[in-house]
Design a protein around this ligand. Structure first.
Ligand SMILES: [Zn+2]
Length: 362
């Protein structure tokens, strides 16, 4: 969506109190902040800010695949290897979200890829939390939490290590923001959720919320696995789930929320331009959804633009539906819920028989 859409944001959209459940730190650092941090470290990958912005924000001719989209995460990593930079980046992201009336904000982040200059995983986590807390002190009704991501391409063993680290920074151990959930992301096809079952078990046993990127670049069988084997309470994207009616019934029955990221989905090719977003099918099927930005900087979007983008598809009742979407999203936030799940309950959920035969591994 182009920046010019900003002027067309209806006032009713701006006023909506928003709940953001799916936003990545690395892809949401404002270009100006990144440029400033790069220069501070004497890094000049390109001569001008204009060119830098072109490299950081997805261009129309780059749309179409998830892998092209993931390429945009290259430059942010240059400077997010230092505590102060990560803190400053997180702070800028939270401030921007607040300016779009976001009051419940879950950011997600893979700490492992921020340790190349010597930060520990724990420091990499604390840097984001510290940035969040700076803004929380200024905005009393803001609630923030961090969802830790295991990168699929790092494999299940690193994911288990990370799940254990996540527990040590869980929200209930902190006065302000903390880690509230666990997720897998990165190249989806060939890295099915069942490979990460043990990491998810660790996270659940420690009382973290569980979500998984699934059904963005792979079929509905990955969503089934995320539910049945990872015990996911929420699904990131889940676009392909609309092709499977029994899966839609399962999502609705168990109140498993789908984190919908419309602009990102059109850009990665998960949803074809000119076709309705799966969010409509989810709503019709009674599946709880959240409206999310995924990566505000890469996708050149924000919470207002996502709402404005969906409004024409939602029809005359659009504002009321969006208000309800954010209300329901607020009920599904992991913030304020860590440390409450017992291992027995988590196991019980996963042992529940699948609604259909278990899909194959890939
Ligand atoms: Zn995502």
């Amino acid at each position: 969506m182009s920046r010019t859409t900003t002027e067309r944001i209806p006032e009713a959209v701006r006023r909506l109190r928003k709940v953001e459940l799916h936003q990545h730190v690395d892809g949401s650092i404002p270009s100006r902040t990144l440029w400033r941090l790069l220069k501070r470290h004497g890094l000049h990958p390109v001569p001008t800010f204009r060119e830098m912005r072109r490299r950081l924000e997805l261009q129309p001719d780059e749309e179409g695949t998830l892998l092209a989209y993931l390429d945009k995460f290259y430059y942010p990593l240059w400077i997010t290897q230092f505590y102060e930079n990560v803190k400053e980046a997180a702070e800028a992201i939270v401030r921007e979200a607040v300016s779009h009336n976001v009051r419940v904000l879950e950011l997600r982040y893979s700490p492992v890829i921020h340790t190349y200059a010597g930060l520990t995983v724990r420091q990499a986590i604390r840097a984001v939390l510290s940035g969040m807390n700076t803004v929380i002190r200024e905005v009393p009704d803001l609630r923030c939490g961090l969802v830790l991501i295991a990168m699929r391409q790092h494999g299940p063993h690193i994911a288990k290590i990370l799940a254990r680290q996540a527990l040590g920074e869980a929200e209930h151990l902190h006065d302000r923001s903390g880690v509230v959930g666990f997720d897998i992301a990165g190249p989806e096809r060939g890295n099915p959720p069942h490979l990460f079952r043990e990491a998810f078990e660790i996270a659940r046993a420690g009382g973290l919320g569980v979500t998984a990127h699934a059904g963005e670049d792979a079929g509905p069988e990955y969503v089934w696995q995320a539910i049945d084997e990872a015990g996911a309470q929420r699904i990131g994207h889940g676009c392909s789930a609309v092709t499977d009616k029994s899966l839609l019934r399962r999502l609705a029955r168990d109140r498993i929320l789908v984190e919908c990221c419309p602009t990102s989905n059109y850009q990665t090719g998960a949803v074809r331009h000119g076709t309705p977003h799966p969010m409509l099918t989810f709503l019709e099927a009674g599946v709880p959804v959240a409206l999310c930005t995924d990566n505000t900087n890469v996708s050149r979007t924000d919470q207002d633009r996502e709402a404005a983008r969906m409004l024409p598809q939602l029809g005359r009742d659009g504002i009321r539906i969006l208000r309800e979407v954010h209300r329901v999203a607020g009920e599904h936030t992991f913030i304020g819920h860590t440390g409450r799940t017992t291992p027995a309950r988590a196991g019980e959920r996963v042992r529940r028989p699948a609604a259909r035969p278990r899909p194959s591994a890939s």
